[in-house]
Write a protein that binds this ligand. Structure first.
Ligand SMILES: [Cu+2]
Length: 187
């Protein structure tokens, strides 16, 4: 008896979910804002940043990214100033996933052309649950920092916390981008 009741409950839940969550669990509701791609130094690589907000009651994951700029787009985190490729990034329910300088970012390798400031790069974000979202990401100056980006945690990143006169990307990213270049050069 008990088992049958449970099964019925599960079926009811599943059906509810299929009907866009009548059962109380809402689907992820994702919105992308503040996307930008700092103009890269050359065609070898570029990074992009944005905020993905989830107003739904269900968590989701950013699982992959495609773009007309590159066939090799990966998702990176930054740990101890080193970039690390990850399979996915969590987007919490009623929360947000922040991609920002010195932290999580999208990485484009082997660019098909060098994007210039003022242009837009078409990027498609793929998620575990939600439908893919297409974003026209504006190309900004190499040193662009979005206004009100105070939530990155590690303080000012543009003013020589490295002191090595880096002129293009955020110091952290650039330092580790060199690792990337080497890594890829070994192919
Ligand atoms: Cu990276």
């Amino acid at each position: 008896m008990n088992r049958r009741t449970t099964l019925a409950a599960v079926l009811a839940l599943t059906a509810g979910f299929a009907l866009a969550g009548c059962g109380g669990d809402s689907a992820p509701e994702l919105k992308v804002s503040g996307a930008y791609l700092p103009q890269p130094v050359d065609q070898s690589m570029a990074g992009a940043f944005m905020v993905i907000e989830n107003t739904g009651g269900t968590a989701d994951k950013l699982t992959s990214v495609t773009s007309d700029l590159s066939d090799d787009v990966t998702i990176h985190t930054t740990k101890n100033n080193k970039m690390e490729q990850v399979k996915s990034l969590d987007i919490p329910a009623n929360g947000k996933l922040e991609l920002a300088r010195g932290g999580n970012h999208l990485m484009f390798m082997g660019l098909k052309k060098k994007p210039a400031e003022g242009q837009k790069v078409s990027v498609e974000l793929h998620f575990a649950t939600a439908k893919a979202i297409k974003v026209e990401v504006p190309v900004r100056s190499a040193t662009y920092v979005p206004k009100g980006s105070g939530s990155q945690g590690s303080g000012s990143q543009d003013n020589g916390s490295h002191g090595n006169g880096s002129k293009h990307d955020g110091p952290q990213h650039e330092g580790s981008m060199d690792d990337h270049a080497q890594h890829h050069a070994e192919k």
